[in-house]
Write a protein that binds this ligand. Structure first.
Ligand SMILES: O=P(O)(O)OC[C@H]1O[C@@H](O)[C@H](O)[C@@H](O)[C@@H]1O
Length: 258
């Protein structure tokens, strides 16, 4: 049976396409997942050795996509720990300066992430690069939105920085105090920077939190990219269509300008 989705972008009705980065533009969702696993497993193992709950490792697939994927770094720490009934202080108490905090655990994960990127490099998905080039040829504006504070460096490493008219990332989110996904603030900021209304724009996302953000933001079309066998959940969280890769998206309704 053919499970391919026929997904069409109606170019006569859209002015912009806003794409998430990790897992949509670059193959870095699995790199984040591996870095999270290393940081969380170290923490959970230490905890169990010092009399805490029995060690149950971070699940690379399930824990990542449910609690961490698409969320800002500290939000990911809090959400995963909460799923295990755990919490860490935001700042170390003055009498115990060595106490591990939310940001210290996030920073540890970030060191692992950067180390993996330096060692193994980053690749952009060819189907995404082709789609973005074709959109730009047809006068559609493009933006990248990411919860990641490493967004600019990852785009550079994948050599795709110049494919986008605007970027809203984790650095902007912190500076502008924008709430993270599933709140739609990052996508709405990207639409604002492109000068388009959400109902003229498309959001492309692979994470459950990101799809929900696109839908809550009132975007014309939310395209889910299923890289983690979660087609039904992407649909349930608000994706209008789900594709396995952006090579499946067809463009309709606007000619290439002469
Ligand atoms: O820690 P960073 O690089 O700022 O990234 C924050 C988050 O960015 C998201 O894009 C990823 O899906 C998450 O896994 C990641 O944790």
């Amino acid at each position: 049976m053919n499970h391919r989705t026929r997904a069409v972008l109606p170019l006569d009705r859209i002015a912009a396409v806003i794409l998430d980065m990790d897992g949509v533009i670059t193959d870095t969702a699995s790199v984040h997942a591996a870095a999270w696993k290393r940081a969380f497993d170290e923490f959970l193992l230490d905890l169990s050795r010092s009399g805490g709950p029995r060690f149950r490792p971070f699940d690379l697939a399930e824990d990542y996509r449910r609690h961490v994927d698409g969320r800002a770094r500290s939000d990911g720490v809090r959400a995963f720990l909460a799923s295990r009934g755990l919490a860490l202080p935001e700042t170390a108490p003055p009498d115990r300066p060595g106490t591990i905090t939310v940001s210290a655990l996030g920073d540890r994960k970030d060191r692992y992430f950067r180390d993996y990127v330096d060692r193994y490099g980053v690749t952009a998905y060819p189907g995404t690069v082709r789609l973005v080039r074709r959109l730009r040829e047809r006068g559609v504006a493009t933006a990248v939105v990411s919860a990641s504070r490493n967004c600019a460096a990852v785009l550079r490493a994948a050599r795709v920085s110049d494919l986008f008219d605007a970027r809203v990332d984790g650095v902007d989110a912190a500076r502008l105090e924008l709430p993270g996904k599933p709140h739609p603030a990052l996508f709405l900021e990207a639409a604002r920077r492109l000068g388009v209304s959400p109902d003229d724009a498309v959001v492309v996302e692979d994470s459950l939190a990101g799809v929900e953000a696109g839908r809550r933001g009132g975007f014309a079309l939310v395209v889910g990219v299923d890289r983690a066998h979660q087609r039904a959940e992407l649909r349930a969280r608000g994706a209008h269509v789900v594709v396995a890769d952006l090579a499946e998206l067809e463009l309709a309704g606007a000619e290439v300008s002469p």
